[in-house]
Design a protein. Structure first.
Length: 413
DNA sequence: CTTCCACCGGAAGTACCGGTAA
DNA sequence: TTACCGGTACTTCCGGTGGAAG
């Protein structure tokens, strides 16, 4: 190796394009040094930040604290359900109350163990059980065991340590389909077979349909308490943004109108505080990079576009190869003729694309599932249409350009 | 009124993968 | 080594179905 770049620090001249390159990078660093960031504590706006004070959720905080409180006296606590739309404060309330609960319990020397598991992060029922076991200090293999064995080990762990275990399963709808799995049933019935230890369960769900899907008998038998989280109103979102902005940004870099604008956008989208904070953060980053003195509503508009683009790009990138090819077929057909192709036409085109690449096309049924998934991800819209004598089909419309799909396809290999 | 097209989408089964236990 | 585990991707099979044409 030549080591030109390292040597240049000690006085030797770098060769050729390295000079240019060095100046370019140097300029970025120098600018960063010369201008002050608009941020004071950027992490305050990140989704996993746990605030010290939670605004506009007094009812919910009190209700959840009341559910947990009996455990401090050694009594059994009731199983609970927290539900509401995304960004309505469920997770933040639950984690806050759990944190405070744990510290009080520790001070009182109570033998209470708190487990918090995010089911979406874990990804499957099996992995949720693994996380629970490990949370209780039992090492279990991350795969390979029968579920029944895992339940048995969890039972034993709860019983062996005695006292109460409070388990909170966040985003439970990610791994639990009512009727398909016995997860919640088995966990809530665990107390009947343990003698010393007691397990209490709190589940958190984003999905409103989840509650309806779970049949009423099951629900009332398993969960004695329910807390509903309503969407934040415009005023509440504004307060939250104002509070966080004061912590996150230097003084007077975020004008009132920017906060109001962010709040208004999030209020329109079912009062999602997470979305509002995300927009504010990205707007701040864009303003920072542009060297602007303030974060303006124009930066928020740019943030919306940037976030949307990013969502599309990462959704595209994570698609399996056949989904990308189906999407490319839809995008090309839409683009070429300016109208939406039918399901049959797209399948024929997709099959051709596969053969061109030496791939075996998936069959028609799988193809329909792929289209249904693309629809779910918001990359296409597929509406059912009846053409009478000429049958029924789906009209599939691409929401991305052929170029975007081709770019994603290129990175495939 | 019936027929019949061009699909739809649920159910069940198969194959495979990365892993464990004995 | 063998038998088995859960999860995922895919296939096979097949009973629907809205509405223009006849």
């Amino acid at each position: 190796m030549s080591g030109d770049l390292i040597e240049c620090e000690s006085g030797l001249l770098p060769i050729g394009s390295a000079v240019l390159c060095l100046d370019l990078v140097e300029a970025v660093f120098q600018q960063a040094l010369a201008t002050r960031s608009l941020f004071k504590r950027r992490e305050v706006l990140l989704p996993d930040y746990e605030p010290d004070c939670i605004l506009h959720r007094d009812e919910e905080l009190r209700a959840f604290a009341q559910i947990l409180a009996p455990a401090l006296r050694g009594d059994r606590i009731l199983n609970a359900m927290l539900f509401g739309l995304p960004g309505t404060g469920k997770t933040v309330v639950a984690r806050y109350v759990l944190r405070r609960f744990a510290s009080v319990a520790r001070a009182q020397d109570r033998s209470v163990r708190v487990l918090y598991v995010n089911c979406r992060v874990e990804g499957s029922e099996y992995k949720v059980l693994v996380a629970m076991c490990r949370g209780l200090g039992v090492d279990v293999p991350s795969t390979g065991l029968a579920k029944a064995e895992l339940y048995a080990r969890l039972f034993r762990a709860v019983d062996a340590r005695g006292g109460a275990v409070i388990a909170v399963l966040d985003e439970v709808d990610a791994v639990y389909r009512p009727g398909e799995s016995q997860l919640l049933y088995l966990l809530t019935r665990m107390n009947e077979s343990t003698r010393r230890g007691k397990l209490s369960l709190t589940i958190i769900s984003n999905s409103v349909t989840f509650k309806e899907l779970m049949d009423a008998r099951e629900r009332s038998a398993l969960f004695e308490e329910e807390i509903l989280f309503h969407p934040y109103t415009f005023e509440q979102l504004y307060d939250i943004l104002k509070h966080r902005a004061e912590l996150a940004f230097r003084e007077s870099v975020v004008p009132e109108e920017t906060l109001r604008y962010c709040a208004a956008i999030a209020a329109k989208e079912h009062g999602d505080a997470r979305r509002a904070l995300h927009l504010l953060r990205v707007a701040g980053e864009l303003a920072d990079r542009a060297g602007a003195p303030q974060v303006t509503p124009q930066h928020v508009d740019a943030a919306i576009a940037a976030v949307d683009r990013q969502v599309v790009r990462s959704a595209l990138a994570s698609l399996p190869i056949h989904a990308k090819l189906v999407l490319l077929a839809v995008a090309r057909l839409c683009y070429q003729r300016g109208s939406d192709p039918t399901s049959g036409e797209v399948f024929a085109y997709y099959a051709r694309l596969c053969r061109e690449r030496g791939l075996r096309p998936r069959n028609e049924r799988t193809f329909r599932s792929i289209v249904a998934n693309l629809d779910l991800y918001g990359l296409v819209t597929a509406r059912l249409e009846s053409r009478g004598r000429y049958g029924r089909t789906r009209r599939i419309h691409a929401l991305v350009t052929p170029e975007e799909v081709e770019a994603a396809l290129c990175s495939e290999r």
